[in-house]
Design a protein around this ligand. Structure first.
Ligand SMILES: NC(=O)C1=CN([C@@H]2O[C@H](COP(=O)(O)OP(=O)(O)OC[C@H]3O[C@@H](n4cnc5c(N)ncnc54)[C@H](OP(=O)(O)O)[C@@H]3O)[C@@H](O)[C@H]2O)C=CC1
Ligand SMILES: CC(=O)N[C@@H](CCC(=O)OP(=O)(O)O)C(=O)O
Length: 342
C-alpha cells in the first residue's frame, strides 16, 4: 500500500523534520508541499538538507492544493489549521502539528490562545494510558506540544501509581528550533549564544493547560502544574526536570520499578540504567525519550529527568508515529531508533 501525503508548512522547521522522516518511511509517496511567503520557490532553497526534494516547487497552502492525499500534515502557525481542515474530506487523515486542536476545554483555549476554539482532536501521544486506542483509525490527530511530550511522559507513571501528590513542578530547557525559523530578535545568535534564559515564568506559558489536561487524565483528579521553560544555546533538544512531593514512603528502587513497568516494551521510551542521567545530545535526530527517576529523600520529592529531540519525538516523530497507528502501519515505521553523535 502506498500512502500519499501532503505537508503544509514544508519550509518550516517542523515541516522539514517531517519530510526528513517521511523520505525514510517505506510506502510513503510525498505529494504536495505548501507554505506561505515561499510559495513558488524550490524547496531546496529552504531545506537544503532534503536533497531528494530539492527541485520540488513549494505551492500555496490552500484546500485545493492539499486535496487528493491520504494524509495531510499541517505544520502551520497556531490558528491556521481549523479552517483548512474543515475543507478536507472526512476520510483524509489530517495531522495537526500546531496547538489548535490539543485542548479539550474551549475556555482554556480562549484564555491561553485568545481566539475561537477550533475543536478537540484525538491527542497524538501513544505512550499515555489509552493513547494508542484513541489513535487507531482516527482521521484527525492533534500532535502534542514539544514541552508537554517530555513532561507528560516524565510524570504519568508516578501519578498513575499514586507515588506523588497532584502538585508538580516542571522546568524544561529547550533548544531554539522550538520557536520556529521566522526571524525574532531574541533568537539572534548574539542574544542566544553563551546564555540560558527563562521565559513564560510564573504560570504564563501556554503549555501549562496542556500539561494539566494530560496529567489530570492520568491521575484521575486535577493536577496543579508549575511550568518554567528555559531557552538554551542549542538548536535541538529539550531536557525536562519534573519534581513532585511524595504521596507515600518511596525509595529510588520502588520508583524505578514503577517506571520500568510503565514503559516496558515501549519502542521509544527508555529508562536509563541506574545512575545514568539523560542528555539531549543523545536524542538528536531520534524519536527517543530518555528517562531517569529517583527520590530526593531529604526533600521528600520524586525527581524525573527526560530528554527528547523537540523536532523529532516532540513534533514530527510524534506525528509520524500517530499516522502509523491511525493507518494500521507498524508503529515504528520510518522513525529513527538511534540518534546522531557527537
Ligand atoms: N519547532 C518545534 O519544535 C515545534 C513546532 N510545533 C508546531 O509546528 C507548527 C510549525 O512550527 P515551526 O515549523 O517551528 O514554524 P516555522 O516558523 O519554522 O514554519 C512555519 C511554516 O508555516 C508556513 N506559514 C506561515 N504562515 C502561514 C500561513 N498564514 N498560511 C500557510 N502557511 C504559513 C511557513 O511558510 P513560509 O516559509 O512560506 O512563510 C512555514 O512553512 C507550529 O504550529 C508549531 O507550534 C510543534 C511542536 C514543536
Ligand atoms: C523555544 C520556544 O519558543 N518554544 C516554543 C514551544 C514550541 C512548541 O513545540 O510548541 P507548540 O507546538 O505549542 O508551538 C514556545 O515556548 O512557545
Amino acid at each position: 500500500m502506498t500512502v500519499k501525503v501532503a505537508v503544509a508548512g514544508a519550509t518550516g522547521y517542523a515541516g522539514g523534520e517531517l519530510l526528513r522522516l517521511l523520505l525514510a518511511h517505506p510506502g510513503i509517496e510525498i505529494g504536495a508541499l505548501t507554505a506561505a511567503s515561499s510559495a513558488g520557490t524550490p524547496l531546496g532553497q529552504h531545506q537544503p538538507h532534503l536533497a531528494p526534494l530539492a527541485d520540488r516547487v513549494v505551492g500555496e497552502t490552500t484546500a485545493e492544493n492539499l486535496a487528493g492525499h491520504d494524509v495531510v500534515f499541517l505544520a502551520l502557525p497556531h490558528g491556521h489549521s481549523g479552517e483548512i481542515a474543515a475543507r478536507l474530506g472526512e476520510d483524509t487523515l489530517v495531522i495537526d502539528l500546531g496547538a489548535d486542536h490539543r485542548l479539550a476545554d474551549a475556555a482554556d483555549w480562549q484564555r491561553w490562545y485568545g481566539s475561537e476554539h477550533a475543536g478537540t482532536w484525538p491527542y497524538g501521544l501513544p505512550e499515555l494510558p489509552g493513547g494508542r486506542d484513541r489513535l487507531r483509525s482516527a482521521r484527525r490527530i492533534a500532535v502534542p506540544g514539544c514541552f508537554p511530550t517530555g513532561g507528560s511522559l516524565a510524570l504519568a507513571p508516578a501519578l498513575a501509581a499514586g507515588l506523588i501528590r497532584p502538585d508538580v513542578a516542571i522546568v524544561a530547557v529547550t533548544g531554539t528550533s522550538g520557536a520556529g525559523r521566522s526571524l525574532k530578535p531574541h533568537l539572534l545568535g548574539s542574544e542566544v549564544m553563551g546564555s540560558a534564559s527563562a521565559y513564560g515564568v510564573g504560570g504564563a506559558h501556554r503549555h501549562t493547560p496542556e500539561f494539566a489536561q494530560n496529567l489530570g487524565a492520568v491521575a484521575g483528579q486535577p493536577v496543579t502544574v508549575s511550568f518554567t521553560p528555559v531557552l538554551a544555546p542549542m538548536p535541538r533538544g529539550i531536557l525536562t526536570t519534573a519534581t513532585a512531593p511524595l504521596a507515600t514512603d518511596t525509595d529510588p528502587d520502588v520508583a524505578r520499578a514503577v517506571y520500568d513497568k510503565a514503559y516496558a516494551g515501549e519502542p521509544f521510551v527508555h529508562l536509563l540504567p541506574e545512575g545514568s542521567w539523560p542528555a539531549t545530545a543523545a536524542t538528536v535526530g531520534s524519536n527517543n525519550v530518555l528517562l531517569q527517576v529517583t527520590v530526593d529523600a531529604d526533600a521528600r520529592r520524586l525527581v524525573v529527568v527526560a530528554a527528547i529531540d523537540n523536532l523529532t519525538k516532540g513534533t514530527a516523530g510524534g506525528a509520524v508515529q500517530s499516522m502509523n497507528l491511525a493507518l494500521g502501519l507498524p508503529e515504528t515505521a520510518g522513525l529513527p531508533a538511534a540518534g546522531v553523535a557527537p
